[in-house]
Design a protein around this ligand. Structure first.
Ligand code: SF4
Ligand code: MG
Length: 297
C-alpha cells in the first residue's frame, strides 16, 4: 500500500469509524489524480467543517440526491478540456446511494458514464441519528426500526445494490471490506484502470449505529466476510467471481458484538443464518456456471 495518506487526520469522525478507514484505503489506492463528488453523509459532515477540510484531493460536496449526476457533469467538463486521465468518483453512504440518490446512480450506470461510483455502506443514516435505510439488514434495530414488544428491528432484507448495479450491464462491479485492504485496494486500482461506469460497494461498520466497541471495527468487518454475511466478489465484464471462498464462522459470531442485534431471538438468528447459507450457495452456483451476466441481462 502506498504510504501517502490523502485523508488528513484531525477530522471529526467517531473513534473506530469504519467509513473513515474505508475512505483512507480508497484514496491510497486511487492516488491524487481524482475528483471526488460526495453526497451528504457522515463522511462529508465530519471531514469538512467550514473552513477546514481533510481532503487532499479535489472534492465537492453535493446533495444526498445527485452525487452520480454531478460526477457525470464533472467528467463531461474534463472531457471538453481534453483531460482524459483524471478519474471522477461519485462517493456516498448507503443513504445517499442506496436510497435517496438511487435514481442518479441508476441513471449514470444506465448511461454508462465514465465514472466510478462508490458506496461506503454503514447500513443506516448514521449522521442524522441512525435511522433505517434500504441497506439496513434484517433484524437490526435503528431509531426508526426499534426493538421492543411491537417490533424486532427491521423486518425486511437488505437492498442488494451491487447486484442491481450489475443488472445495468456495467463493466465492473465489486464488493469490498476495510478488513481486507489488499483486496479493496486491488479493486479500486482495477476500477481505475477501466472505462465506463464502474461500481464498488464497501461494507463499513459504524460503532455508533451498530452499537459496537470502537476497538472492534475491523474484527466485525472481518467477521461479516468470514460468516458469509458480506460476500466479497467481482463482476468483471459480466463474469461473477468470489474473492474469499471460505465461510468459517456462524452468523451468530458476527451479530454478537453488535448491540443493534442484541434483541434477536434464536429463531430470527436461525432465519438470518438460513438466508446467508442460501445466498452463499446461489452465488457458488452462479460462479461455477461461468455464465456471462451481460449476455442474459
Ligand atoms: Fe463514523 Fe458512524 Fe460516527 Fe458516522 S456515526 S462518523 S459512520 S462511526
Ligand atoms: Mg449510512
Amino acid at each position: 500500500m502506498p504510504s501517502t495518506d490523502l485523508l488528513a487526520p484531525g477530522h471529526r469522525t467517531c473513534a473506530g469509524c469504519g467509513p473513515a478507514i474505508t475512505i483512507r484505503e480508497i484514496l491510497r489506492a486511487a492516488g491524487p489524480d481524482i475528483i471526488i463528488c460526495e453526497a451528504t453523509g457522515c463522511m462529508e459532515v465530519t471531514t469538512t467543517p467550514y473552513p477546514e477540510s481533510s481532503w487532499k484531493v479535489p472534492w465537492i460536496h453535493v446533495t444526498f440526491e445527485n452525487a452520480a449526476s454531478v460526477a457525470s457533469g464533472v467528467k463531461a467538463a474534463l472531457r471538453s478540456q481534453g483531460n482524459n486521465h483524471t478519474q471522477v468518483i461519485a462517493l456516498g453512504g448507503d443513504g445517499g446511494m442506496v436510497d435517496i440518490g438511487f435514481g442518479a446512480v441508476s441513471g449514470a450506470l444506465e448511461r454508462n458514464e465514465d465514472i466510478i461510483i462508490i458506496t461506503y455502506d454503514n447500513e443506516a443514516y448514521a449522521n442524522t441519528g441512525v435511522q433505517r435505510s434500504g441497506a439496513t439488514p434484517y433484524g437490526a434495530a435503528t431509531t426508526t426500526s426499534p426493538s421492543g414488544s411491537a417490533s424486532a428491528g427491521k423486518g425486511e432484507w437488505k437492498k442488494n445494490l451491487p447486484m442491481i448495479a450489475a443488472a445495468h450491464g456495467c463493466a465492473y462491479v465489486a464488493t469490498a471490506s476495510p478488513a481486507f485492504p489488499a483486496d479493496l485496494s486491488n479493486k479500486v486500482k482495477k476500477a481505475m484502470s477501466m472505462k465506463g461506469a464502474r461500481y464498488l460497494h464497501i461494507l463499513s461498520p459504524c460503532p455508533i449505529g451498530w452499537q459496537s466497541d470502537s476497538s472492534q471495527t475491523i474484527q466485525i468487518a472481518k467477521a461479516a466476510v468470514q460468516s458469509g454475511t458480506w460476500v466479497l466478489y467481482e463482476i468483471e465484464n459480466g463474469i461473477f467471481k468470489r474473492n474469499f471462498l471460505q465461510k468459517t464462522k456462524p452468523v451468530k459470531e458476527y451479530l454478537a458484538p453488535q448491540g443493534r442485534f442484541r434483541h434477536l431471538k434464536e429463531e430470527q438468528i436461525a432465519k438470518i443464518q438460513e438466508h446467508v447459507d442460501r445466498t452463499w450457495k446461489e452465488l457458488e452456483i452462479l460462479e461455477k456456471s461461468g455464465v456471462n451476466l451481460l449476455k442474459i441481462l
